[in-house]
Design a protein around this ligand. Structure first.
Ligand code: SAM
Ligand code: SF4
Length: 337
C-alpha cells in the first residue's frame, strides 16, 4: 500500500516531481562548509563564518536522509562541500552510499588536493566519476585564485585517479583577466590527458557579488576564444538534464562543456535538490534555504512525516531563479555548487 499525504500525493511512488513536472532524481550533498582552500570567488579571504560543529549533519543522519531520498526517487548523489575530502572519516560515507543498489551514480566534486590519497578507496567504494576543480594551469595563478600553493599535489591526484580508470572532468570557473588567457590551454591539456573540460560562468554570491560582475565572461566569449585554436562541433546532450552545452573537439576524444548559469539558465531542465551541511534542503541554487531536515530529525519526526515535508519543499521549487543585484542568497562553500 502506498503512503499518501493529506492531499493524496503518493510518498513512496519512487518518482519525485515538482510543480513544473520536473523529475527530481539528483541530490547534491554538501558534507562540510570547511575548506583547505580560499578561492576568492567562493569564500571570504578572512573571518569565514562556519557552521558550529554541532549543527553539521552526522554521517548516520546523512545516510538516513539519503535513504529517504533514494526511496523517493533520487538516483544520483554527488558529494561536495567545502572540500569534502577534508571531512574526517569521509570514506565511511562513500563506502556506505556505494552499497545503495538503487543509486545509479555516486560522484564527487573536489579541489583534488587529497585525491592521490583517496583515489583507490573511492574507486573501491563505487565512485566511477570525479569532477576536479582546476582554475589555472599556471602555478602562480593557481595560487592567486585558491590562496594555496598546491598545484603539483592536484596534478598528482589527477594522475593517480586516471591511472585507476576513474573518469575525470575538469571544472574551470572562467574569470576575465585571471584565467581568460588560458581557455585554449585548458582544452589542449584536456586533449592530452583525454579528460573532458567544463567551463563555468562565474556566479554572484553573498561574498563576491561585485567580483563576479567584474570578472564575468559569457560562455559565448569562452567558445569564441577556444575556436581561435580548436574546431568545436555541437554534441547532443547524452543526459537530458545536463547543464552544459557540449562540444566535441575535432580530432580528440575529449569534450568541452559550457555551463552558463547566467547567460543561458538551465532551470527548465533542473533535476536537482541540495542538502547543506547543517541539514537545510535547498531546492534552487539561488533560492532561499528551505526546511532544516536536521531539526526535523531532532524533533523526532517519522520517516513518513519527513517525506511529507520533502514533498512540500520540492513542490515549492522555484520555476526559475531571479538574480537581483545585491540580493543573492548563495554561499557557495556551504551549498557546494
Ligand atoms: N571544494 C570542491 C571544489 O572546489 O571542487 C567542491 C565545492 S566547490 C563550492 C564546487 C564547485 O563550485 C567548484 O567547481 C567551484 O569552482 C564552483 N564554484 C564556487 N564558487 C563559484 C562561483 N562563484 N561561480 C561559479 N562556480 C563556483
Ligand atoms: Fe574550497 Fe572549492 Fe570553494 Fe575553492 S571552490 S574555496 S576549493 S569549496
Amino acid at each position: 500500500m502506498s503512503d499518501m499525504d493529506e492531499k493524496g500525493r503518493i510518498l513512496n511512488s519512487r518518482v519525485l516531481k515538482d510543480n513544473e513536472g520536473r523529475v527530481i532524481d539528483y541530490l547534491r550533498i554538501s558534507v562540510t562548509d570547511r575548506c583547505n582552500f580560499r578561492c576568492f570567488y567562493c569564500m571570504p579571504q578572512e573571518r569565514v563564518h562556519f557552521f558550529p560543529s554541532n549543527d553539521i549533519l552526522r554521517y548516520e543522519e546523512i545516510l538516513y536522509l539519503a535513504d529517504i531520498f533514494i526511496e523517493m526517487g533520487i538516483r544520483k548523489i554527488r558529494i561536495t562541500g567545502g572540500e569534502p575530502l577534508i571531512r574526517r572519516n569521509i570514506l565511511f560515507l562513500f563506502e556506505e552510499l556505494g552499497k545503495r543498489e538503487r543509486l545509479s551514480e555516486l560522484t564527487l566534486t573536489t579541489n583534488g588536493t587529497r585525491l592521490s590519497e583517496y583515489a583507490q578507496d573511492l574507486k573501491q567504494a563505487g565512485v566511477r566519476r570525479v569532477n576536479v576543480s582546476l582554475d589555472s594551469l599556471n602555478r602562480e595563478t593557481y595560487k592567486r585564485i585558491s590562496g594555496i600553493d598546491d598545484f603539483e599535489r592536484v596534478i598528482q591526484g589527477i594522475e593517480a585517479s586516471k591511472d585507476l580508470g576513474i573518469k575525470l572532468k575538469f571544472n574551470v570557473v572562467a574569470m576575465k583577466g585571471i584565467n581568460s588567457d588560458e581557455f585554449s590551454d585548458f582544452v589542449k591539456f584536456g586533449i592530452e590527458k583525454e579528460i573532458d573540460i567544463r567551463f563555468i560562468e562565474v556566479m554572484p554570491q553573498v561574498y563576491n557579488n561585485r567580483i563576479a560582475e567584474d570578472l564575468f565572461v559569457p560562455s559565448k566569449v569562452i567558445k569564441e576564444e577556444i575556436e581561435k585554436v580548436f574546431r568545436l562541433e555541437p554534441l547532443p546532450a547524452s543526459d537530458p538534464s545536463s547543464t552544459a552545452a557540449l562540444y566535441r573537439i575535432e580530432g580528440s576524444v575529449s569534450t568541452v562543456g559550457l555551463i552558463s548559469p547566467l547567460s543561458h539558465p538551465f532551470c527548465s531542465r533542473c533535476n536537482k535538490v541540495r542538502l547543506m551541511p547543517n541539514g537545510c534542503l535547498k531546492t534552487c541554487l539561488f533560492g532561499k534555504e528551505g526546511i532544516n531536515l536536521k531539526n526535523l530529525l531532532k524533533k523526532g519526526m517519522t520517516k513518513k512525516e519527513l517525506k511529507k515535508e520533502i514533498v512540500k519543499a520540492v513542490l515549492k521549487k522555484p520555476q526559475k531563479y531571479y538574480l537581483n543585484k545585491g540580493k543573492v542568497n548563495l554561499v557557495m562553500h556551504r551549498v557546494g555548487g
